[in-house]
Structure formats: structure tokens, C-alpha cells
Design a protein around this ligand. Structure first.
Ligand SMILES: Cc1cc2nc3c(=O)[nH]c(=O)nc-3n(C[C@H](O)[C@H](O)[C@H](O)COP(=O)(O)OP(=O)(O)OC[C@H]3O[C@@H](n4cnc5c(N)ncnc54)[C@H](O)[C@@H]3O)c2cc1C
Length: 459
């Protein structure tokens, strides 16, 4: 176990001072501070330096714990938040939006850091159909109201063990054969939920909550939030955790090149990694948690960003809806030029289509999107000068995009994912927060929740 060294002592002094100051208005008495000092020497290991693990570490420090180490497999922090530095700007390859900016804890951090927030507008969209090109607005409006009517009817049909796809088809048999409906569905529900329509639960597909206000993006990159939060934390990179073993009253955590001892372990690994069985727990975690890990879905979403020497699309519109007969096939394109100084289009793939494309090479995926843009705007468009392709589904440290209610899952499964395995093995991450699943704020809040659980435990 790591010694109480000078660096930690300085950190401890600093944080306990600020903690005590922040508590000065509370009438908690000396007992609380006494407990704080006793607990602070306990060793806490957090697995994963995504936003949930980092938020948890910070919240623990604010609660008086200082002996905390985060083990991260990659050579970077942030997990599914990954802003690539590019020509003085940032390209968000994972999370990009703060969903519902009002009262959102991520907005508070962004404001504190004076980060610019760019509001996006779902209505700023143009529509193009495969093999046809731009569609007149009134035709798209007509499709849209028909689409909404079908989904409204389907919303009232909630059948355990039936997927959204099956239920929507029961309302309108030809829905998924119509390229317009198909693409509208991929661009909205599948992208939002993160799963394929054939897997999304018809009962709980819309069970998550949301913050109010519109959505905003961070032109300086989402990683600015991570850079700030990770300040002063002890994070060990390139540590691929393979097992967590109870030894005596504590744990040993085995990585690719080290063993770490801990009194408390907090697992902030993605659901995809837990599903893969690549992490062994000895003794094994409860059967209930293992069932929940299998029952909750973990979907596929990927981004392909193409940069062109000049723009050839309508620069005033934020989005392009691409109506294709293949579900998930770049149904949603983002005109990044609205908030970045580049001629860039970001294509989104979702569901099973995204999982299949994930296995292709970057060049093949770049060519696939370029071909679609050619079919929309003509063969004379220039070739891309640069491209960026994600593989969240096959990346061994995410193995998917975000969690969703799969057919057969229940809210109690999300609860189970969030539950402590007593004593002292805690779980956080977006997949442990049903209300805000699949989001950065959901992951952040789950980390803070676990810090409270640790503080409130008898330990
Ligand atoms: C393409 C895409 C777009 C998204 N868009 C948005 C959006 O616009 N807005 C939004 O709010 N959310 C969005 N999300 C979801 C959001 O990114 C996640 O919900 C959130 O970042 C998850 O944080 P986390 O801490 O739970 O997990 P992660 O960020 O995945 O963190 C887990 C960490 O564990 C590490 N790890 C994995 N395996 C091991 C191991 N064996 N040993 C050690 N470390 C390991 C990983 O490297 C990672 O750093 C998007 C996600 C994707 C994939």
C-alpha cells in the first residue's frame, strides 16, 4: 500500500483546508472532522479515468479522502470524452453535446472555465434522399407529421419482450421499408438511445430524464472539462485492469504490469467492458449484478468526420438528414462549419449498421461517407483532405457507445448496476444512472453518488 508521502500530505492539507472552509456554514461539529481525518488514510482505487471515475475522485477529495489512485488503461484520460486537437481547435470524437444546459452540472463547470457554449438547433436541417437529392421542405414536413403520428401511436403500445421495431411495425407495417421514416428513426431514437430498434425495449425506451433548456456544444472541446477536473488527481495511465480480488479486509487489483492494494475499489469501467468478462472479480460479483450486466444493452454509435478544401453544402443549416434505404447509414450529418473553422461534415452511424461499419478500415468508412456526399451533391465535389473515424464498438476500452434499456430489461437492472457489492466494492458510470443514462452528466453524477456512498458507509 502506498505510503503517506509528502505530495499526498500537501494535497491533503490543501483539500482538507478547502473542505473545512466549505463546511464552515454547516453545524456539523468536531465529530465530522475527526472522522474525516481517520478515513482519509484509507486507500481508494478507482478503475477507469472517464468522467465518472474522475468526478468520483474529486468528490471524494472534497469529502476528505486523499489516498486515491485512478487506474486507466489508455494513454489518455476522458474515456468516451475525447477531443482531438486539430489545427488549434478540437474535434469531439465521442461526446459533443451538453444535453439540456439548464441546471446541468456540466454547464456549471463550463461556465466556471469560461468555455464558449454553442446552441444547436434541431430545426436547422435540410433533407436529401438517396438517389434523388434535396427534397422540398413541404414534402419533408408532410413525412415528418406522418412519422410523428406513427410514433405517437406506437408510444402507447408497451409490450414486455417486444422491441420498438416490432411495435412500430405493428402500427405501420411498411415503416422500416420507407427510407424517410427509417432514417428519421435512426437519426432520432436510435442515436438518442444508442441501441438498434430491434433491441430497444418498447416498455422503457423513454424512461430517462433530462435537464431543461436546449442542447449546446463546446467549440473548445469537451475534454476541456476533463482537463480541469483531473487537476491534482493521481492517475496512472497504461494500467489495464484484469482482476479485482478480495484479500483480507481489502483488495488487490491486478493490471498488465502491477498490483495495487486497496481498502476500497470503485469500478468506473464501461458496461461494454463489464459485459466482455475481461475483468474478473474474486469472489465473483453477485448473480443479480451479473444478470443486470447482461440484460442492459450497450449500443453502437460512431462518427466519421470528413474535411474538404471548400464547402459545397448549405452552410447555414446545422444538420443534414440523409434518407437512405439502409437503416443507420449516416442518417444524420452535422455541418461542423457552423461552430468550427473547418469545411467539415460529421456523419453519424447508429445501431447494427454502426457495429458492422466499425469493423471496416478507416479508409473504407471515409470512402463510404464521401460516396454518399457525392450522390447528394454530384461527382464534381472535391476529395476530402482529411478524415477522422471512430471505432467505439471494437475499442477494447469501451466496447460500445452507451447503455440503453434492451428488450426484457427493467429499471431494477439499472439499480442493480449501481449497487455496492459489500463491503467496499462500488460501481459508477453512465450505465449506473438510469435517469441520465448514456450522457456525460449522468456519468458525472454517478461518480458523485458513489463518493457520498463511501462517505456514508460505516467504513
Ligand atoms: C460517439 C459517442 C457520442 C456521444 N455523445 C454524447 C453527447 O453528445 N453528450 C453526452 O452527454 N454524452 C454523449 N456520449 C456518452 C458519453 O460520452 C458517456 O456517457 C460518458 O462519457 C461515459 O463516461 P464513463 O465515465 O461512464 O465511462 P468512460 O468515459 O468510458 O470511462 C471509462 C474509463 O475506463 C477505462 N477502461 C476501460 N477498460 C479498462 C481496464 N480494463 N482497465 C483500466 N481502465 C479501463 C476507459 O479507457 C475509460 O477511460 C457519447 C458517447 C459516444 C461513444
Amino acid at each position: 500500500m502506498k505510503e503517506f508521502n509528502r505530495k499526498n500530505f500537501l494535497k491533503f492539507s490543501m483539500y482538507s483546508l478547502s473542505f473545512l472552509m466549505s463546511c464552515s456554514t454547516e453545524s456539523s461539529g468536531n465529530k465530522k472532522y475527526e472522522r474525516l481525518f481517520i478515513n482519509s488514510s484509507k486507500k481508494i482505487i478507482i478503475l477507469g479515468a472517464g468522467i465518472s471515475g474522475i468526478a468520483c475522485a474529486r468528490a471524494l477529495i472534497e469529502r476528505g479522502y486523499l489516498n486515491i489512485t485512478i487506474l486507466e488503461a489508455r494513454n489518455r484520460v476522458g474515456g468516451r470524452i475525447n477531443s482531438l486537437s486539430y489545427k488549434g481547435s478540437a474535434l469531439d470524437l465521442g461526446a459533443a453535446w451538453i444535453h439540456g444546459y439548464k441546471n446541468n452540472p456540466i454547464t456549471s463547470i463550463a461556465k466556471k472555465l469560461n468555455l464558449g457554449l454553442f446552441p444547436t438547433d434541431d430545426n436547422s436541417v435540410m433533407a436529401l434522399q438517396e438517389g434523388i437529392g434535396a427534397l422540398p421542405e413541404d414534402l419533408v414536413d408532410g413525412y415528418e407529421s406522418a412519422y410523428e403520428n406513427i410514433l405517437e401511436l406506437a408510444q402507447n403500445i408497451r409490450v414486455p419482450n417486444k422491441s420498438r421495431k416490432e411495435v412500430i411495425q405493428s402500427v405501420n407495417e411498411g415503416f422500416f421499408d420507407n427510407p424517410v421514416f427509417l432514417s428519421m428513426y435512426s437519426a432520432s431514437e436510435e442515436f438518442d438511445v444508442g441501441g438498434d430498434g430491434s433491441e430497444i425495449s418498447s416498455v422503457y425506451f423513454d424512461s430517462s430524464g433530462s435537464f431543461s433548456g436546449g442542447d449546446v456544444v463546446l467549440p473548445q472541446g469537451y475534454s476541456s472539462i476533463i482537463e480541469y477536473l483531473k487537476n491534482e488527481l493521481d492517475i496512472k495511465l497504461n494500467q489495464v485492469v484484469s482482476s479485482v480480488n478480495r484479500v483480507g479486509n481489502g483488495f488487490n487489483v491486478i493490471t498488465n504490469n502491477s498490483t495495487y492494494l486497496a481498502d476500497v475499489v470503485i469500478c468506473a469501467l464501461p458496461l461494454g467492458v463489464l459485459k466482455s468478462g475481461k475483468i474478473s472479480f474474486t469472489p465473483d460479483i453477485s448473480q443479480k449484478k451479473r444478470n443486470a450486466i447482461q440484460k442492459i444493452g450497450f449500443g453502437a454509435v460512431n462518427k466519421i468526420i470528413l474535411e474538404y478544401p471548400t464547402s459545397f453544402w448549405d452552410e447555414s443549416k446545422q444538420y443534414i438528414n440523409y434518407f437512405s434505404s439502409t437503416k443507420g447509414n449516416f442518417s444524420y450529418l452535422i455541418n461542423l462549419k457552423t461552430y468550427l473553422p473547418f469545411n467539415m461534415i460529421c456523419g453519424i452511424t447508429t445501431g447494427n449498421f454502426s457495429a458492422e461499419m466499425d469493423l471496416n478500415s478507416d479508409i473504407d468508412n471515409k470512402n463510404a461517407l464521401h460516396k454518399i456526399l457525392k450522390s447528394m451533391y454530384g461527382n464534381s465535389i472535391p476529395d476530402p483532405i482529411n478524415y477522422f473515424v471512430t471505432h467505439w464498438n471494437s475499442d477494447p476500452y469501451s466496447l460500445g457507445a452507451y447503455s440503453f434499456h434492451k428488450v426484457g430489461s427493467e429499471p431494477s437492472d439499472y439499480e442493480e448496476l449501481s449497487r455496492v457489492e459489500p463491503p467496499n466494492l462500488y460501481f459508477c458510470g453512465e450505465h449506473t444512472n438510469e435517469a441520465y443514462r448514456g450522457t456525460v452528466h449522468g456519468a458525472y453524477l454517478s461518480g458523485v453518488r458513489v463518493a457520498d456512498e463511501v462517505k456514508n458507509s460505516v467504513f
